[in-house]
Design a protein. Structure first.
Length: 159
């Protein structure tokens, strides 16, 4: 259907809008279908945004209250225990659910989301944005998996 409409010659917003207006597809689904189509046709690599940058998302559930998990990111002293020598500049906070920051290199950003899963359990999702290419995305994904595993260990030792 998308090939018959020549979607490969069109930009992302136009494809998604066409799916919504002409086929009644919900907005979220239209975006998902468009991204999958672009990836299948080689118009976009996995993890690549429509602006050409890449982003990765890594999550971890940890057995601590959400306030404690949030503090492990916000407090420089706490962060140094599991993410040493890696400063980032906090741009905005919505305690205890969202932290947005500029990464140390000044070109990439973090969006960190926290979810309360119960009295002593919470989840964190780190989205590292504006990465230059798929190699940088792979490196960031690996680094965040390792660092969140270390965070879980550190918080288990001293919740």
């Amino acid at each position: 259907m998308l090939d018959r409409w020549s979607a490969a010659e069109r930009r992302h917003p136009e494809i998604a809008r066409w799916l919504v207006t002409e086929h009644g597809v919900g907005g979220w689904w239209a975006q998902s279908i468009t991204v999958a189509y672009e990836q299948a046709r080689g118009m976009r690599a996995p993890g690549q945004r429509s602006d050409g940058s890449f982003e990765v998302s890594v999550s971890k559930t940890i057995d601590v209250p959400v306030d404690r998990l949030f503090a492990a990111f916000v407090s420089e002293a706490e962060r140094e225990r599991w993410l040493p020598d890696t400063p980032f500049r906090i741009r905005s906070l919505r305690e205890p659910t969202v932290l947005r920051a500029d990464w140390e290199d000044g070109t990439t950003r973090l969006a960190v989301h926290f979810t309360d899963k119960g009295p002593a359990k919470s989840a964190v999702v780190v989205v590292h944005q504006r990465l230059a290419d798929s190699a940088a995305a792979d490196l960031a994904r690996s680094m965040w998996r390792d660092q969140l595993a270390l965070l879980k260990k550190v918080l288990a030792e001293r919740p």
